[in-house]
Design a protein around this ligand. Structure first.
Ligand code: NAP
Length: 333
């Protein structure tokens, strides 16, 4: 496994990491969850991601129980959680100081941990909470040793910049990393919108849904297999997302990508994950899996990165046809 710096921080995070969304506390039982964790750890994964909202807190509880049961040394691991959707009450949601502090303590309780390594604001809340209140509360979590680094998830670039401005002005701890969606189908934010943030703040990224919830495996080419994520109750919204004309246009390209993967002696999931890893602004790619066999397959993507020559990347670019537009350089126009 390769270990990368989390942005400009001193932290080393495994290039591939493992997340608990949909699966832990919901789709899979604890034995399968444990087998997935073991397979990931065996491959060198040191970073495990969860959130207070995943399976209404059960994902955190399962992860915490299993880390204890497996007897893993806490300092070998990076564990993250995310705050925003903590419950039904008017103060259980959002990024107020109250929810951030209470939410973090509740998460740590479920995880049975004294601290998390990373903590994220799961979405922006600036419609309801001044950014300064949120930055101050997240900075407070770090000062209290409840988390080592804090970050954002799916915040617009301008709001991340505002958080940095507030932190600098008020001498608070600034955000270190962002957790955006990134995969072959979904590129703009990571490749274009955030471009200046890497340069200006050394922002790290822990990217999610690298297989577009499984679409990039090609498994949905002929319908929805039983037991797969899209077959689960409550995920109709996800089925709809991949029914749009743009999604259908991209899905048609999977055959070509699959053939390219085979020519590189890789599987389609491995090609899709390796493609994410090729981006130097990606600190870690958070993978997901409902079975340990998927974890084993996905972890081999690290070996496929070396096979992505500039010519291969160019071929992929031509197949996808969705490269975000570069900002113009007026000196060369
Ligand atoms: N910050 C955020 O807002 C946010 C949002 C979403 C996710 N995340 C984080 O990112 C993590 C990863 O996201 P994700 O689970 O959506 O990742 P993903 O890689 O896009 O999808 C993972 C799913 O694809 C299927 N799959 C994976 N490997 C496969 C393989 N080799 N062959 C066939 N099917 C395979 C499995 O589902 P089935 O077997 O059930 O089909 C698996 O659960 C989450 O666990 C979470 O920690 C964060």
């Amino acid at each position: 496994m390769e270990y990368r710096s989390l942005g400009r921080s001193g932290l080393k995070v495994s290039a591939l990491s493992f997340g608990t969304w949909v699966t832990f506390g919901e789709q899979v039982g604890e034995d399968t969850a444990a087998a997935c964790l073991v397979a990931a750890r065996k491959a060198g994964v040191n970073f495990f991601d969860t959130a207070e909202s995943y399976a209404q807190g059960r994902a955190e509880a399962v992860l915490g129980r299993l880390v204890r049961k497996l007897g893993w040394k806490r300092s070998d691991l990076l564990v993250s959680t995310k705050l925003f959707w903590g419950g039904d009450g008017p103060n259980d949601t959002g990024l107020s100081r109250k929810h951030i502090v209470e939410g973090a303590l509740a998460s740590l309780g479920r995880l049975q941990m004294d601290y998390v390594d990373l903590i994220f604001c799961h979405r922006p809340d600036d419609r309801h909470t001044p950014v300064e209140e949120t930055v101050r509360a997240m900075s407070h979590l770090v000062d209290r040793g409840l988390a080592f680094y804090w970050g954002t998830s799916e915040w617009p670039a301008e709001l991340i910049r505002e958080a940095h401005d507030v932190a600098r002005r008020e001498r608070l701890v600034p955000p270190t990393m962002e957790q955006p969606q990134y995969n072959m189908f979904h590129r703009d934010r990571v490749e274009s919108e955030y471009r200046r943030l890497y340069r200006d703040f050394g922002m790290g990224t822990t990217v999610w849904s690298p297989l577009a919830s499984g679409f990039l495996t090609g498994k949905y080419a002929h319908g929805v297999p039983a037991g797969s994520r899209l077959s689960l109750r409550g995920y109709g919204w996800l089925r709809q997302r991949y029914g749009t004309p743009e999604a259908l246009r991209l899905l048609k390209k999977l055959g070509q990508l699959d053939r390219l993967a085979a020519s590189l002696k890789a599987t389609m999931p491995q090609l899709a994950l390796a493609w994410c890893l090729e981006n130097p602004d990606v600190s870690t790619v958070i993978t997901g899996a409902s079975r340990p066999e998927q974890v084993a397959e996905n972890m081999k993507a690290v070996d496929a990165v070396g096979r992505l020559s500039p010519e291969v990347m160019e071929k992929i670019e031509r197949i996808l046809g969705n490269k975000p537009k570069a900002e113009p350089d007026f000196r060369t126009q």
